[in-house]
Write a protein that binds this ligand. Structure first.
Ligand code: ADP
Ligand code: MG
Length: 475
């Protein structure tokens, strides 16, 4: 049986982490027979390699000719230190050192080109941003070979075929499956573990693309589907999906079971632990998904199960997205005028901004939606242009934004069958002076989202989290 495992940045972020990861890979190989590994770029604390790469590119585009050179030096230092620690005196050391140097030189070349051109295209950003994975997989594969485990580093540009939407590409599964079959099956047959880059893919013409930030989780699921894997496991630095971001809520606890829908809502509304697209291939191919802790592997973590297996248990988790604004279109003349919403969202879509939450007053006198704060001025300008006539006629009185705000989302399939939950939530928020400016319920009824003043985010999250402890049995 084939197990696909994705290791996040911290799981390969240091020599020690790579050793633990290599141990886990060998143990799982013994249990499963066939293991395919997907790895992120090194996520050494406090710097992540991908952030360094993107920062180097962005500063070069802004005309700064020195930062990217410093970045290159930092990249050398991070990787060489790890190589020296893991592979001192190994026959693998020289080749992998040269490999890494080749990528860092290419990074410098690309940044120099960006500096000269004064322009950074999405295509160039993807070529640069994906190099961290290309370096980490070479290092991990070399270390596995060093400890006697046959392994081969592979760039997913050879495997995952995508469209050409740079920065957020979509896989083309038929072409991908064919490539994966041709390249990965023979390795598995020879007991060689493929160590594959997360995050990246390539167009049919071979141009590097990326699947979006945090997209390595998605890479794992794509490869799981292509290989008809028995399970996909995401290894990270916490004990699975938790009731809140453990960095924000000290009492957050691990959730043993969640449904695809619940975890999709959590991921979509800001819980960084899983990329929101990860669930798609798993749902459509019924592949069980687990999230586990590299640094505490005996903990069972979280298993994601089909929606029918939802357990009643009230609120399960709370999450938040910050730095948003709530854009409102209002006017008495909007009542009964067909197509206002369609035109509004059409105008927003043309600015390439995605809307996170929509709420409409039943009187039709206003529509409001949440969008990233940084995009707000552009969105308002686009709406004013689209509704210029209505504004002149005063059918629409105003288009304005409330900002900054956050979306706080409460998730739990069992909320549906548990009366009074919404009441308890709003009572708790009211008692703690949280100013709620809009509310929306997910169509699946397994989530409720509210928009609150940015300054109230932490208070809202922590008081809602307190309700979890009092309303839920552990799922
Ligand atoms: P990786 O590099 O392994 O993909 P990420 O940083 O992308 O790791 O995701 C793991 C982090 O997600 C955790 O360290 C935690 O801070 C954060 N996180 C946010 N919300 C949650 C949640 N509900 N459950 C678990 N972790 C969460
Ligand atoms: Mg991640």
């Amino acid at each position: 049986m084939t197990l696909v495992m994705k290791f996040g940045g911290t799981s390969v972020g240091s020599a020690q982490a790579m050793r633990e990861t290599a141990d886990l890979i060998q143990n799982c190989l013994a249990d499963w027979g066939q293991v395919v590994v997907v790895a992120s770029a090194m996520g050494t604390k406090p710097v992540k390699v991908t952030d360094l790469l993107l920062q180097g590119a962005n500063t070069a585009a802004a005309g700064d000719g020195t930062t990217y050179l410093q970045t290159a030096a930092d990249l050398r230092q991070i990787h060489h230190q790890t190589i020296n620690d893991l592979l001192a005196d190994s026959p693998e050391q020289e080749a992998v050192t040269a490999d890494i140097e080749r990528f860092i030189e290419r990074f410098e070349d690309l940044c120099r080109a960006v500096l000269v051109l004064g322009e950074l295209s999405p295509r160039a950003l993807d070529a640069i941003g994906g190099m961290g994975e290309q370096m980490s997989v070479r290092l991990l594969a070399a270390y596995l070979r060093h400890i006697g485990q046959p392994a081969e580093a592979i760039d997913a540009t050879e495997l995952i075929v995508t469209d050409d939407v740079f920065l957020s590409a979509t896989p083309l599964m038929a072409a991908t499956t064919e490539k994966v079959e041709g390249r990965i099956r023979p390795l598995l047959a020879q007991n060689i573990i493929p160590i594959i880059t997360g995050f990246i893919g390539a167009t049919a013409d071979g141009v590097t693309t990326t699947l979006g930030r945090g997209g390595s989780d998605f890479s794992g699921a794509i490869l799981g589907q292509a290989l008809a894997a028995a399970e996909v496991w995401i290894w990270t630095d916490v004990d699975g999906v938790m009731s809140a971001d453990p960095r924000l809520v000290e009492t957050a606890r691990s959730i043993s079971r969640l449904t695809y829908r619940e975890v999709s809502e959590l991921a979509y509304y800001g819980a960084r632990v899983l990329h929101p697209k990860t669930m798609r291939p798993c749902i459509s191919h019924n592949i069980p998904l687990r999230i586990k802790n590299t640094f505490n592997p005996d903990h069972p973590g979280t298993v994601i199960v089909p929606d029918e297996q939802a357990v009643n248990g009230g609120i399960k988790a709370v999450t938040a997205i910050e730095n948003l604004s709530l854009v409102t279109i209002e006017g008495k003349g909007m009542i009964g005028v067909p197509g206002i919403a369609a035109r509004a969202f059409g105008a927003v879509a043309r600015t390439n901004v995605s809307v996170l939450l929509i709420s409409q007053a039943s009187s039709e006198q206003s529509i409001c939606f949440a969008a990233p704060e940084a995009a707000t001025d552009g969105v308002i300008a686009a709406l004013e242009e689209a509704f210029a006539e209505e504004l002149t006629r005063q059918d629409i009185d105003s288009i304005w934004a409330w900002r900054p705000v956050s979306i706080v989302t409460i998730v739990g399939a069992g909320m549906r069958g548990t009366p009074g939950i919404a009441g308890r939530i709003f009572t708790a928020l009211g008692e703690n002076q949280v100013n709620v400016v809009a509310i929306a319920q997910g169509s699946s009824e397994c989530s409720i989202s509210l928009v609150a003043d940015a300054e109230d985010t932490a208070v809202a999250v922590s008081h809602i989290h307190n309700l979890i402890v009092t309303t839920s049995k552990s799922g």
